[in-house]
Every structure is written in C-alpha cells, then in structure tokens.
Design a protein around this ligand. Structure first.
Ligand SMILES: [Fe+2]
Length: 331
C-alpha cells in the first residue's frame, strides 16, 4: 500500500487547467479521494473483496481475463530479460541496477534528481512523520524520467509478468527519514491494489542494513505467513511476523545508489525497515493491470497539473497505460 496519509497531493482545483491536449479534469479519476464518505466506501469495498464468495468470483473473473489476454502478450525483445521474468515469477522479486539493466538515467536526469533530493532533505517535517515526497511538478520535468517507466523493454517485462494489459501509475520520489517510528509501510504488509502488481524501486543513495532498506519475505514464507495468520489485509508488527517467519529468514534489499528492486508487492509481504543512520531516497515506478482488484486504491501521486503535463508528452500508443480508466475523448 502506498502511504496515502502522507502522500496527499494538492487539492483538485475547481477550475480546469488546459495543458496541451489534456485538462486537469481529465486526471481527476486518478486522484485519491480524501473525503470521509469516499474513504469509508473504499474501506468497506476493500473488506468486501476479502469475503470468500466475492473473492472466488473475482478470482474466476481474473482467470478469464488472463486467458483472454494470453495470446496478446508481447515476446521479450532482450534474451537477458527472460532471467528477470523467471525470477519474478518464481520469487516475486528481482534485484539489479540501472547499469546492469542497461537502462540508466541520463546525466542530466541524475543531476536534476540530486538537486530534488537536496531540496527534499531540507524540508522540515513533523516529529511523528517518517516520509516526505518530492513535488511531482519537479519530477515530471526531470529529463526522460516519467517516460523511463514506459520504455519498450520495461513494458515487455511488466506485461509478461502481469499477463494483462498494463496500467502505469507513474512515479514518485520519497525520502524515508532516519528515525525510529514504526507505522504503516514500516510494518509488514502486502499491497491490496491488484492480484499482481509490479513496483520498480530505484535507490538514489547507498542503502545498507541501517539505512532503511526494503525488506521482504520469500515467496513461500509470504504464503506461509498468510495461511498461518489467516492474514487478509492490514499491517503486522515485527514480533508477530517473527513468531512465524523468524528474522533469520527476512531479506533486505541492499545496494549502491542505482540499485533497482523489482517486486510484486501484492504477493510478497514486505516493509520499509526504519532507518537508523541516513535518510533513504528512492524512486518508485508502479504498475498494475487495467482491471485491478481494488481500483479505488490505484491512484497517481502526480498532481493534476503534473499528470496532465506528463500525459501531454506521450505518444498516442502510450496513453492507454496512463489513462487506463479510459482515454479522454475530447482530444
Ligand atoms: Fe507496500
């Protein structure tokens, strides 16, 4: 789950702004709805999906979607990506780096990201907070960054993993602050948005065990924990997890700046370990199918203006990935 409590974008403006081919109103379905009525409804619907008869029906629908789309999945154009795909299928996670992938950001993008991280580092935060987000208006201006997640090789890997048409929820840059708070995404959980999701997490600084790494349980251990605790949603404290899956079996994604963690956060139980030494800066690129299990939790962390600006840079063939609820008809 994303930290929606702290990722609140600016309010949707009453008047629409036109940015090239799109308006900020086009992006409204992709903004999280903060009003109490919507949040209560989301919660009830989310619980409803966990009821066995509802879940059985949903799973039947999911399997039929997989069957219908199977013949349309593109082949991998790079033979080396088969190894990534196999690891994702088997383990739910694959750790690499931008340079190993051969998909590093440009010098200009690295330089701009460094500036954004410095600005973010200066941002004061309340003492009960542990995460801060870079302004999405800044991110969409980083050369090539928003489109990084729409490159053909990335899309091939994601579609072969999801086995369904892709919804791309964009990117966000978060600073996880060095402190001992342990709540929300720092507790063990799995993401609820879809049957399968794929996140690409790119570390922007070196991350060792004391720097707040992404932590996860193995695929089999994730299944075992779910079964033993009859765990359907919510957050788990480390002590409860440790009783079933001991700490010696917890994995930490460690690496230098530029490390890429590809992970199915709907399948793999995970958390961000709290950092005791440095703030961790990381970019996230998020993907689900276009018919997600809980569409009301699939929102963009880009503001309406940033999303419209980003969409305006896209060729026609990429619009369905971003406007996955339907391409605005007025263009
Ligand atoms: Fe998560």
């Amino acid at each position: 789950m994303q930290d929606v409590q702290t990722a609140r974008p600016t309010a949707i403006p009453a008047a629409q702004n036109t940015i090239g081919r799109f308006t900020t109103r086009d992006t409204q379905p992709y903004q999280y709805r903060w009003d109490l009525a919507s949040r209560s409804m989301h919660y009830l619907r989310s619980r409803g999906v966990t009821l066995y008869p509802v879940e059985r029906l949903r799973n039947r629908f999911y399997r039929s979607m997989l069957k219908r789309h199977a013949a349309n999945i593109p082949p991998l154009s790079e033979p080396r990506d088969a190894h990534i795909l196999n690891s994702l299928r088997q383990d739910g996670v694959y750790i690499t780096s931008l340079s190993e992938l051969g998909l590093d950001f440009s010098e200009a993008a690295h330089s701009r990201l460094t500036d954004i991280c410095i600005d973010l580092q200066r941002q004061p935060l309340p003492p009960n907070e542990f995460v801060a987000y870079a302004p999405s208006e800044d991110l969409v201006e980083v050369p090539g960054l928003a489109n990084w997640g729409l490159q053909p090789r990335i899309l091939e890997i994601v579609e072969n993993y999801l086995q369904l048409p892709i919804a791309y929820h964009g990117m966000h840059l978060r600073r996880d602050i060095r402190n001992l708070l342990e709540a929300r995404s720092r507790c063990w959980h799995f993401d609820l948005e879809d049957n399968r999701t794929l996140k690409m997490i790119v570390y922007l600084n070196d991350v060792e065990l004391c720097d707040g790494p992404f932590q996860y349980l193995g695929s089999d251990d994730s299944i075992e924990l779910r079964q033993q605790m009859n765990y359907r949603l919510g957050y788990l404290d480390p002590e409860s997890v440790d009783k079933i899956i001991p700490k010696s079996r917890w994995h930490s994604a460690l690496g230098k700046a530029g490390t890429v963690v590809m992970v199915d956060t709907a399948r793999i139980i995970h958390r961000g370990k709290r950092s005791e030494r440095t703030d961790r800066h990381a970019l996230f690129f998020d993907y689900t199918s276009r018919k997600p299990k809980r569409p009301y939790y699939c929102h963009s962390l880009l503001t309406p203006e940033a999303m419209a600006t980003f969409a305006n840079t896209l060729p026609e063939k990429h619009l369905p990935y971003v406007f996955w609820r339907g391409i605005p008809s007025h263009r």
